[in-house]
Design a protein around this ligand. Sequence first.
Ligand code: GRF
Length: 201
Amino acid sequence: MKVAVLISGRGSNLQALIDAGAAPGWPAEIVLVISNVAGAEGLERAGKAGIATAVIDHKTFDGREPFDKAMTAAIEKAGAEFVCLAGFMRLLSDPFIDHWRDRLINIHPSLLPAFKGLGVHQRVLDAGEKASGCTVHFVRSEMDTGPIIVQAEVPVRPDDDAKALAARVLEQEHKIYPRALRLIAEDRVTVEGERALIDGQ
Ligand code: GRF
């Protein structure tokens, strides 16, 4: 399965997907990395791995839809049939989300549907949660919603600050994002209503 990855920054989840791709018989090939931010660290990671990159700067477009259209054009030109958001910090327009329906996934650093949006880890601590985690899900038009493919849970420790909790969650993100992509590329994931089933379960 040919995949495009959309990033805005550090790209550690992109790196996890790149590294997973080194396994023999890995069923997903990243053919393009797009960043809306020039100089994003993830672009360097892609370059080092010999993956084609593009910077598509949202600020040079007149609104969300033309920007999203330019991304779709670049993704399709690269031959990608599937899109992974990996720390991509722009909201996407409905036409983009509809076009890529069930071919567009995101990773979010909480156990969705709890703690959507930004600044998750501090909010988890403020709420006194005993557990947090991360979620890979198909993208729907409402932010951080959509059929959940894989989740991982981590404990929240009494002495955690947001940084410590983020690091513990990130470690799991790097495991579940490749796992989810692999399941999809192996055709083991189906979407029924708002549920994603793995091997029909
Ligand atoms: C991750 O925590 C991801 O869950 C969230 O943005 C962060 C991106 O980190 N959507 P990185 O760029 O993959 O290192």
